[in-house]
Design a protein around this ligand. Structure first.
Ligand SMILES: [Zn+2]
Length: 57
């Protein structure tokens, strides 16, 4: 079973791992964009914010 999201930058298919979690970062293999998982059901990703870095304190 695999879930595929769509890259908002280049429309490529972005496979999510079965244990993907919201807010997890993935990288688009087509355009190299950092993407953030919004939801896994349905699989939706958005461009990850580049400036604010959340170090999870
Ligand atoms: Zn892309």
């Amino acid at each position: 079973m695999s879930a595929n999201a769509v890259c908002p930058v280049c429309d490529a298919t972005v496979p999510l791992t079965p244990d993907a979690m919201p807010s997890e970062l993935v990288r688009c293999r087509e355009c190299g964009s950092e993407l953030e998982v919004v939801t896994v059901a349905p699989p939706v990703v958005r461009e990850a914010p580049m400036e604010e870095e959340d170090w999870g304190q």
